[in-house]
Design a protein around this ligand. Structure first.
Ligand SMILES: Nc1nc2c(ncn2[C@@H]2O[C@H](COP(=O)(O)OP(=O)(O)OP(=O)(O)O)[C@@H](O)[C@H]2O)c(=O)[nH]1
Length: 354
């Protein structure tokens, strides 16, 4: 889930609440016209307006889903219309007005509580006009009862909204954390745990991004530590790992941050140099070779090459974004470089020794 889907969830909640509110109002208005209390059949103008608006607005919203209907405004409008309706009816029912007012207030509160259980503002705007009308009409006799009837759901909905807000904040924080962790895991899955360089998956990912932008003047370097089997056999696997870590750091150090350095296999590395001509690619390879040499990691079994750890490098240009073809050429050049005595650099199609 992203912040966008969170927003769309909130929008959906808003739409549902609005539709429910209009539906309940339409039903209430219809009920009030068809089966009025005390059989007082009066089609008051406000109840007719409520019914018409409740039917028209959802239909209009369906065709204009992007336009946001202001819930506060609508709830206040409907609240005022209901208050108007209640006053008209109460005037006609002078004898039974108290009971009618209480029932009318309860109905409006009930309707608001269902539609706006998490929106105290809309609930207040919708029910307060009716509450004020009831109080004005019958305040002297039933004031306390009316206040109690109104205050109870207001307190309940305020608490409910506070709980909901806390739950929302918790869910949002959880979602952000999960997104962050998923990103971290994704990043980690692209790195080689021993050296911290990109693994093959990370390399592929970087290549996809890079080559989508520009593949002009790119060079692939394939590097292999010389006689690493002998190093492992004599110094042990742990020391072999330490050597790999130090060589990896030297490779990263020797290139620009825009170049991609990946551990390609056991003691084999790949570097993609971008935006560079052949001469500079060759110079970079030489700098890498020298840096590894200068690490001065003892390797007494680096047969007839040196007494420390060295690397051989094959270079090939990247053409037509064909990374496999470039790798294949670089691999051949590396193979030749090894044959020429190791601690060497060779450009594909070129037998020049560094
Ligand atoms: N310590 C350690 N050794 C590894 C790792 N991955 C591969 N190796 C070793 O790297 C050695 C690679 O040896 P070879 O492919 O025979 O090549 P080499 O001995 O380097 O000989 P040349 O490449 O011809 O110079 C093997 O002994 C592997 O066990 C690793 O993660 N840690």
């Amino acid at each position: 889930m992203t912040s966008q889907t969170w927003q769309s969830l909130c929008d959906k909640r808003y739409r549902l609440s609005l539709r429910l509110f209009l539906l309940l109002n339409a039903i209430s208005a219809l009920f009030s016209m068809a089966l009025p209390l005390y059989n007082l059949r009066t089609f008051t103008p406000p109840v007719c307006i409520i019914f018409v608006l409740s039917v028209i607005l959802p239909a209009w919203h369906k065709f204009h889903p992007k336009t946001k209907i202001n819930i506060s405004f609508i709830s206040l409008l409907f609240g005022c219309l209901w208050a108007w309706h209640v006053v008209i009816r109460a005037r006609l029912l002078s004898d039974n007005a108290s009971t009618y007012l209480l029932i009318a207030l309860l109905s409006v509160l009930f309707l608001g509580a269902i539609a706006f259980s998490n929106n105290i503002v809309a609930f207040l705007l919708h029910s307060f006009p009716v509450f004020a009308a009831c109080l004005w009409f019958d305040g002297a006799e039933n004031g306390i009862r009316l206040i109690f009837t109104f205050a109870l759901p207001v307190i309940g909905i305020a608490i409910q909204q506070a709980i909901q807000r806390r739950n929302d904040n918790f869910a949002r924080a959880l979602m952000q954390r999960l997104m962050q962790e998923s990103k971290t895991l994704n990043d980690l899955s692209m790195l080689d745990p021993l050296t911290g360089l990109y693994n093959r998956r990370g390399l592929q990912h970087k290549l996809n991004n890079l080559l989508a932008l520009d593949d002009s003047s790119c060079f692939v370097l394939l590097l292999d530590i010389d006689h690493f089997k002998a190093y492992n056999d004599h110094y042990g696997h742990m020391m072999g790992d330490q050597a790999l870590i130090r060589v990896s750091a030297a490779l990263r150090d020797a290139v620009r941050s825009r170049d991609i350095v990946a551990r390609f296999g056991g003691e084999e590395f790949m570097i993609l140099l971008n935006n560079m001509d052949l001469e500079h690619a060759r110079q970079t390879a030489e700098r890498i070779r020298q840096k590894v040499y200068d690490l001065d990691i003892p390797h007494m079994f680096n047969e007839s090459v040196a007494t420390n750890v060295t690397v051989s490098i094959g270079i090939a240009p990247l053409q037509d974004s064909d990374i496999d073809a470039a790798l294949s050429l670089a691999d051949k050049a590396l193979y030749e470089a090894k044959h020429l005595g190791r601690n060497n650099i060779l450009v594909s199609g070129d037998l020049q020794v560094a």
